[in-house]
Design a protein. Structure first.
Length: 138
């Protein structure tokens, strides 16, 4: 596996487990560049820097538990890593599996400098049993 893929695979492994506590979040952050940019959804403004990303992950942590990530496909071109993965977790006592595509840019030190995820909002709503009407494409 080229060096550009290892940090992402390591960061996913750090995410797995019962819940995200401070120690787990710090392990996840260790794979990111100090000035990394992280998009919860690719179209939203990024959280910039480890402190801002830490705050966002702490905010997200109570919402889910029992996280597992499966890399379906991974590839890279230059310093950009493309992933297809299946993120499995429990949200509000419901076990869900969500398809996610991620695009990451790596810095010269092999750290994740930019992380953007893409998912299908309709899949999320359906998995959680939310009532969706109308066109939910974004």
């Amino acid at each position: 596996m080229p060096i550009t893929k290892r940090p992402f695979a390591g960061s996913l492994a750090a995410m797995e487990g019962d819940h995200w506590d401070a120690a787990r979040i710090d392990r996840m952050l260790s794979f990111l560049a100090p000035d990394a940019r992280y998009h919860v959804y690719a179209w939203e403004e990024p959280h910039v820097g480890r402190n801002a990303i830490r705050a966002e992950w702490i905010r997200q942590a109570p919402a889910f538990r029992d996280c597992q990530e499966e890399i379906v496909t991974i590839g890279s071109v230059g310093t950009t890593v493309y992933t297809e993965r299946l993120d499995m977790m429990t949200i509000n006592d419901q076990r869900v599996a969500l398809h996610v595509a991620g695009v990451l840019d790596m810095d010269s030190n092999g750290k994740i400098a930019l992380w953007r995820d893409y998912g299908d909002r309709k899949e999320v709503d359906t998995a959680l049993g939310l009532n969706t009407t109308g066109d939910t494409r974004t």
